[in-house]
Write a protein that binds this ligand. Structure first.
Ligand code: GLA
Length: 388
């Protein structure tokens, strides 16, 4: 893998020695299941062939020395007492992981590390989750502790929630840790043991289109949306009974009959999440029976629901969706991930993927003047640790 080779030679340039361990974690694309994860719902995603790589070696002392290839800058922190770094925010994903390991009494020593990758930053493809997962696996390799992949995902999520301060669900870290080549990941977020790998099939390709509108979730918007959902769940618990702990427990029919009493913030958010859970189930059924049109329709309906109800689309994403519709080989598309920018994910007939990508880029440029990065992606295996 080219990024790994680059990381190894760059580490040697910066630190003067060869690295002994690596953590390699893919970014992810959310195919269906938007803002359903923290509502205990369903998701459909894939780990993609873009990775964050961290390589390094153990050293004596108490201090970690980390160099970021993407930001061309180095930083240090005390492994026993990580403290939030406002200047070089990227370091917080690494520090958050060390802080979580400290809480679990898993002692890591001092280390030197070089981090790099080809997951585009701020594109909604979870470069930060990939950095957390890669860091955990790197440290696992370096210091020799045991941790299974689901625990890796949960510990990485805890780093994001507690140290970075974004109250994200499990989608990003789980997808990065648990991907499978040529398959999508279906997950019931209520019970992380209930997951499945579904073949994407020979006839389908996923094409990502970067709107180039920057996506940032660390500003409190995400946490606010999450709170709206939890407040809606409390309303339904009052009306339907205490078996409702999350919006996952409310059916579309129950929503239709019991949404009065929700306010303007919570009603559309609840509608989006509840209908989105159903779209994941419908889309998965379509995929399993080889009916890509059903899956594509669910994706388009998901985007409309994000745009009209949840309120996490933006002009650029809506334009990308409009541009995709009608191109030869197209089944469906939607915004992917948190929203407010980043990428759309398109389900496309595999032998039309190249021509689709070219036509979409032309149409988007003609409408907006923006050159979108378009990328035909492969579903890949999840994150791994490696001895070097
Ligand atoms: C971000 C979060 C995920 C998930 C998505 C929306 O990617 O990190 O946990 O909530 O948004 O589905």
């Amino acid at each position: 893998m080219q990024v790994l080779q680059n990381a190894i030679s760059e580490f040697t340039n910066v630190f003067g020695e060869a690295p002994t361990a690596a953590g390699i974690a893919p970014g992810r694309v959310e195919v269906l299941g938007n803002h359903t994860d923290y509502n205990d719902g369903f998701i459909l995603s894939a780990a993609i062939d873009r990775h964050i790589v961290i390589v390094g070696r153990a050293i004596s002392g108490t201090t970690a020395h980390v160099y970021s290839g993407s930001f061309r800058t180095g930083e240090t922190f005390e492994v026993a007492s990580p403290a939030k770094n406002e200047k070089n925010f990227w370091l917080n994903y690494i520090q958050g992981v060390v802080a979580e390991l400290n809480k679990k009494n898993i002692k890591t020593g001092a280390f030197e590390a070089y981090v790099t990758g080809d997951v585009p930053l701020g594109a909604g493809l979870s470069s930060s989750a990939a950095l957390e997962v890669a860091t955990l696996l790197f440290l696992k390799q370096l210091f020799g502790f045991e941790m299974d992949q689901i625990d890796v995902a949960l510990t990485a999520q805890a780093a994001e929630n507690k140290f970075v301060g974004v109250n994200c669900g499990i989608l990003d870290q789980f997808s990065s840790a648990m991907g499978k080549k040529d398959h999508l990941i279906y997950l019931d977020c209520r019970d992380l043991k209930k997951y499945d790998h579904i073949p994407l099939g020979e006839n389908a390709a996923l094409v990502l289109a970067n709107s180039m509108a920057k996506h940032a979730l660390a500003d409190g918007t995400y946490n606010r949306l999450r709170e709206h959902c939890h407040s809606a769940a409390r309303h339904f618990a009052g009306v339907l009974g205490s078996h409702v702990t999350h919006l996952r427990d409310v059916s579309v029919d129950e929503f239709d009959h019991n949404h009065h009493g929700l306010d303007q913030d919570t009603r559309p958010r609840a509608k989006h999440v509840i209908t989105e859970n159903q779209r994941v189930l419908d889309g998965v059924a379509g995929l399993k029976s080889g009916n890509l049109s059903v899956m594509g329709d669910c994706m388009l309906a998901s985007h409309a629901s994000s745009r009209d109800d949840f309120g996490n689309s933006c002009d650029e994403l809506d334009m990308l969706v409009r541009c995709s519709i009608g191109i030869d080989g197209f089944y469906g598309c939607r915004l992917s991930g948190g929203g407010f920018g980043g990428c759309t994910v398109n389900l496309v007939q595999r032998d039309k993927a190249e021509s689709f990508a070219a036509e979409l880029a032309d149409r988007y440029k003609a409408q907006t003047g923006i050159d979108a990065d378009i990328y035909i992606c492969k579903a890949v295996d999840g994150a791994q640790a490696k001895a070097l």
